[in-house]
Design a protein around this ligand. Sequence first.
Ligand code: F6P
Length: 530
Amino acid sequence: MSQLTNGDAWQNLIKLKNKYQKLSIRDLFDNQPDRANRYSFQLDDLLIDLSKNLINQEIVDGLMKLAQEANLSHQIQSLFRGDKLNYTEDRPALHFLLRDQSSSPFILDGKDLKLPVKRVLQQMKDFSQKINQGQLLGYTGQVIKNIVNIGIGGSDLGPESVYLALSDYANPKLTIRFISNIDHDNFYSVLRDLDPAVTIFLISSKTFLTDETMTNALSAKAWLNDKLGPESFKDHFFAITTQPFQAERFGIVSDHIFEFWDWVGGRYSVCSAIGLIIAISIGWSNFQEFLKGFYQIDQHFKTTPLTANIPVLLALISLWYHNFWDFRTEAIIPYSYHLSWLPTYLQQAVMESNGKNINRQGQVVDYLTAPVVWGQSGTNAQHAFFQLFHQGTEIVPVDFIGFMTSSHDNLKHRTKLLANMLAQAQALAFGQTDQVVDVNRQFFGNRPSNIFLAKSLNPKALGQIIGLYEAKIFCQGVIWQINSFDQYGVELGKKLANQIENQFYQSDHNFNFDQSTNLLLDYINNKPEF
Ligand code: F6P
């Protein structure tokens, strides 16, 4: 048994789970008239309602004990102090510095790390303003109007989902596109209608080595060369990376390089220069608001006692279900058309951070770590998989994210959208078992959810929402005693893909892999053996 599962707090939570096996959300509300108030929290314009969860004070106390046993308060301070919490890569995780609005320096190893952050922010500001003012010219002297981000994972998901989320703030004179997939269909469909003379590429890659990104970047270079000649490259290529020398080796001129640093994890990089395309699209002051939203959450996370700390509560409740109730997945359902990519982005944040099976002591863990996270925007999701949420055998805790107004507000649509979100959470929690004659129409309810309600989908609110998830993920990683900041799990596949690629078209068809891979390669090479 591991130290964690053997600990008093964990053992106590097992007992609480057994004691409250039959806990009913309906009864919890009936017996506690102020429950909604008690479990609702307001942070700036964001209301977070945690009342429809399978929790009572005794359970919350039990979860807090787990947090205390894990030294969570100390670990939060350790994160913000810049300790090397990414111990497998021997570096701190300092993404919070990217949005730090305070004037105080942040000294680490004798250097103020806020200085390079400020320098790059200024560079991003100047560049985004230049584009928005129509002052960036391409090789032929025409004004740049199309910006294509080439990147994948954290170098794509944050920028793309935030760009889509805030598309109502976007400069309509600019065309913003993303190439991430190695599938050439992505490349082709993004570029087919773009005029190269007014198109620039942002090559976004922390390492500047990722195969998909480098392959797409080379294809973009060839595309440009083909249309405008080799001399055009320098004016149309920009890099965002922690490895400026790699970008220079690729041929990108040094003042076209926007730097960030190894202490920013890929999936935590949306506030770094990786977010440049967002700043270009929504303009500098809106991008600043986006950063402010994160900063507010960072401040709340850092300074609020655990019992009122929203990301801590979110983390503990999620862990309660996952580790003690065996609810294996969690859904994120934004009631917003513009947020349909948010679940995908948060999938990487959660699953690449905490999808780990080795603890800090180097042992294989004997408990579940990150849940499978999935989702889609509502109300569409209601017509896709909500049947299972309501009557399926798998219980899926849901995060509902809603907004009180939308940019193209229409009272009728807005009312229906919000009514649907509230109704779904209500139906999940309270079900419908009385007045039912047909057993097929029974809803047992007792299915938990959180509601995040913001005034509108604005840059600051979006920063707050993402910031909450980042902090929640951190808390869970601490309790599970894993490193939330590395991602060695993605490496084997990359290595094998290289080996397979190298042998792909070998003429003797004498493949050296496992039987199944050999058969598939044979088949692809038109020599099916069955
Ligand atoms: O494959 C996983 C990963 O390393 C992610 O962590 C990262 O966000 C993505 O690849 C892209 O990496 P890079 O920014 O170095 O190209």
